[in-house]
Write a protein that binds this ligand. Sequence first.
Ligand SMILES: [Fe+2]
Ligand SMILES: [Fe+2]
Length: 186
Amino acid sequence: MQPPAITLIKQEHQALTTVLRALRQSVKRVGKSGQPPDFDGLRAMLFYLDEMPARVHHANESELLFPRIYERCPALRPVLDRLQAEHSRGESAVRELEHALTGWQIMGNERREAFELLLHAYSEDYLGHMEVEESYVLPVAMDYLSPADWSELGAAFTRQRGALAESIARGHRELFERIASNQSLS
Ligand SMILES: [Fe+2]
Ligand SMILES: [Fe+2]
């Protein structure tokens, strides 16, 4: 049976993938229609991508899961170092996207393509990051970590999430539901 810690990570990857796709589709639709976009809606999706990984997902991986994998399987160190570095870069990448979005809003359509290119690069990088975790790191972790490791990790994930105010966690869930169901975000 799959450990709950892995289930949680995969569910969050699914949510992040859904939001990345929704964001790219929204931008593509705007490109075809020639109408000004719902900037608040696009900004809300960037907000989710920034806050959910930074506060929840990356913290579970970087502070809890990856160190345990280092211990049990040192050969994975180069891959884990790369993934950690990508977590650290994620925050500034979202800042750049927000800046490019503001550029589009203030300066007009001539800045749309710059935002779209940046978004394309960001989402390809992030999808690739999750793919490495799911297809390579998690299967290796399943082989090397013991049932006791997984149960400690599951408890530690829950503790770390418990430290996040329930109102913030609920806000993330509600925002995701609105994005996933294509409701107005502004
Ligand atoms: Fe990650
Ligand atoms: Fe991840």
